[in-house]
Design a protein around this ligand. Structure first.
Ligand SMILES: *Cc1c(COP(=O)(O)O)cnc(C)c1O
Length: 484
C-alpha cells in the first residue's frame, strides 16, 4: 500500500531566518511607515519562515490532496457535479462584464441587461414557462422565492391556505422552504416504484392545501410519469404545483415542466448550466412562473422601453426584492454562453447523455449492489449496501474504500427512503472510459466485501488521514494552531 508523507503545517516546518528571496542590503534610508507599516499580522506569533522550495512543495503537495472534477468523476447524487467547459469561464471573466458596476446608469450597461434578458427568454423556452426571475442566489433560495410567489398569489385570492404537500422522495430543502414561508408540511408516501401515489394524493388534497412541491425527477432519479394527472388533482382543489427543477439535466430539450402543468419551478444554473457546483461558491436558482404569477415576481424585472432595456420596479403586487442587484450575474452569463454554445440539439443531448450514463452504471452494477427500486431511472440511480451488510460492510466502508481507488465517493445515506443508500449521479460529461473505471472499482469493492471486510473497515489507506471521526470535526473544530 502506498503511504504518502504527512504534510505538516507551514508553522511546524518553519525555522527562524529562512527566506524565499534575499534582497541586497539597503543603500537608501529605510522607510518603515509607508501605508501604516508592513502588512504583517502581529497577532501571529512565530510567523512561518521557509525557503522557496519548501513553500512551493508545501502548497503543491496540499493541492494534490484535493479531489476535483478536473481530475475524475464526482458521482455525488442529487448534486450534478459535472465538468464545465472552460470557454464559459473565459467568457465570464471578460473585463467588459467583470468591470461593470451594478449601480452604473442603465444606458451604459445595455449589453449586460441583454445578457439577463436573453437568459430569461432561453430559460422560458427550455422550461416552458412564461417568465423567469434570475435573482435567487441558490436552489433553496429559488424554492423560497417560489413559495413566496405562491403565497402572494393565494393571499390575493383571499386565502393563503395552510399546508404544503411534499413527497418523502423530495430534496431535503423543500420542506424547509415551505416551512420558512409559513406553511405546515404534510409528507406523502411514495408507492412501491418510488413515485407519488395518485389515490393517496387525491385523499389529502383539499381547500387547505396551498401547493404540492414535487422534485422531478425525484431523488431516486425516477420521473413522475403521472405528473399531468398530479397537476390536475392539485389544480382541481385550487392548489398550485411547484416543481423543484434543480436537476434539469435529466429533462432539457425532451420535456418542459410548463407543459406538464407546473405553475412555478426553480432551476439550478450551478448544476445544469455550467457553473462549478460545490464549495459554497456563488450559485443561481432562477424561478420560472406561469402567467398568473407574473405580477408577483421580485423587482426589478427587465422590461423594454423605446428600444432599450430598463429595470422596472413599479409593480404593485411584487413580493419585493429577494437579493441585491440582479442575481449572481457571472453565473447567469456562464449559463447563457453554455446554452448558446450547445444550441437546441446540444441542450437535448445534455439530458440524453445524462440518462444514458446513469443507466449504464445502474445496469453494470445491478446484481453486485442492491437496488431497492429496480426500474430504469433518469439522471441518477440509488443502490444500497444490503448485499454487503451480510459481511458487515456498510455504505460508509464502500465510500471510504473508493478513495483508495482514486475516486470521489457517491452521496451516502440519502434519500432516506433507501436504507444504506449509495446515490450515484455520473452526469453527462463522463466518458465511457471514466464510467468503466468507476464501475470496475465498485465491482472490486463488492468482491473485497466478501473476502476481506477488514480492509474496507480501515479504508481509506492511501490518504494523509484515515478514518476520521466525522462528528468531532463539526462539534469541536480546531481553527487555530497553537505552538507546542
Ligand atoms: C441541489 C438541490 C437543491 C438545493 O440547491 P442549492 O443550490 O444547494 O440550495 C434543491 N433541490 C434539489 C433536487 C437539488 O438537487
Amino acid at each position: 500500500m502506498i503511504r504518502k508523507m504527512r504534510e505538516p503545517l507551514a508553522f511546524e516546518i518553519s525555522s527562524h531566518g529562512k527566506r524565499a528571496v534575499r534582497m541586497p542590503e539597503l543603500d537608501v534610508p529605510e522607510k518603515k511607515d509607508i501605508f501604516g507599516g508592513l502588512p504583517v499580522r502581529k497577532e501571529i506569533d512565530g510567523f512561518p519562515e521557509l525557503s522557496e522550495v519548501e513553500v512551493t512543495r508545501h502548497f503543491t503537495r496540499l493541492s494534490q490532496t484535493n479531489y476535483c472534477v478536473d481530475l475524475g468523476i464526482y458521482p455525488l447524487g442529487s448534486c450534478t457535479m459535472k465538468y464545465n467547459p472552460k470557454v464559459n469561464e473565459k467568457i465570464a471573466s471578460l473585463p467588459a462584464f467583470t468591470g461593470a458596476h451594478p449601480n452604473a446608469p442603465q444606458d451604459v450597461v445595455q449589453g449586460s441587461l441583454r445578457v439577463l434578458k436573453q437568459t430569461e427568454d432561453l430559460l422560458c423556452e427550455i422550461a416552458g414557462m412564461d417568465a423567469f426571475s434570475l435573482q435567487p442566489a441558490a436552489g433553496a433560495h429559488g424554492e423560497l422565492t417560489g413559495m413566496m410567489l405562491i403565497r402572494a398569489a393565494l393571499e390575493d385570492r383571499g386565502d393563503p391556505r395552510k399546508y404544503v404537500l411534499i413527497p418523502d422522495s423530495a430534496h431535503g430543502t423543500n420542506p424547509s422552504s415551505a416551512h420558512i414561508c409559513g406553511y405546515t408540511v404534510k409528507e406523502i408516501k411514495s408507492n412501491e416504484i418510488g413515485t407519488i401515489d395518485l389515490e393517496g394524493l387525491a385523499a389529502v388534497m383539499n381547500d387547505d392545501v396551498a401547493a404540492l412541491m414535487v422534485t422531478n425527477p425525484n431523488t431516486l432519479g425516477v420521473f413522475e410519469s403521472d405528473i399531468c394527472r398530479i397537476a390536475e388533482i392539485v389544480h382541481s382543489k385550487g392548489g398550485l404545483l411547484y416543481m423543484d427543477g434543480a436537476n434539469m439535466n435529466a429533462l432539457t430539450g425532451i420535456v418542459r415542466p410548463g407543459d406538464m402543468g407546473v405553475d412555478v419551478l426553480h432551476i439550478n444554473l450551478h448544476k445544469t448550466f455550467s457553473t462549478p457546483h460545490g464549495g459554497g461558491g456563488p450559485g443561481s436558482g432562477p424561478v420560472g412562473v406561469k402567467k398568473a404569477l407574473v405580477p408577483y415576481l421580485p423587482v426589478p424585472v427587465i422590461g423594454e422601453k423605446d428600444g432599450k432595456l430598463v429595470l422596472d420596479s413599479g409593480r404593485p403586487k411584487t413580493i419585493g426584492r429577494v437579493r441585491s442587484f440582479y442575481g449572481n450575474f457571472l453565473v447567469i452569463l456562464r449559463a447563457l454562453a453554455y446554452i448558446l454554445n450547445l444550441g437546441p440539439e446540444g441542450v437535448r443531448e445534455i439530458a440524453e447523455t445524462a440518462v444514458l450514463n446513469a443507466n449504464y452504471i445502474r445496469k453494470s452494477l445491478e446484481g453486485e449492489f442492491h437496488l431497492k427500486y429496480a426500474a430504469p431511472t433518469l439522471h441518477e440511480c440509488v443502490f444500497s449496501d444490503k448485499f454487503q451488510k451480510e459481511f458487515g460492510v456498510s455504505n460508509l466502508d464502500i465510500a471510504k474504500r473508493l478513495i483508495d481507488y482514486g475516486l470521489h465517493p457517491p452521496t451516502m445515506s440519502f434519500p432516506l427512503i433507501v436504507h444504506g443508500a449509495l446515490m450515484i449521479e455520473p452526469t453527462e460529461t463522463e466518458s465511457k472510459r471514466d464510467l468503466d473505471f468507476f464501475i470496475d472499482a465498485m465491482k472490486a469493492i463488492a468482491k473485497e466485501a466478501k473476502k476481506d471486510p477488514e480492509t474496507l473497515h480501515a479504508a481509506p489507506h492511501v490518504t494523509y488521514v484515515r478514518r476520521l471521526d466525522e462528528t468531532a470535526a463539526a462539534r469541536n473544530p480546531v481553527l487555530k494552531w497553537e505552538k507546542k
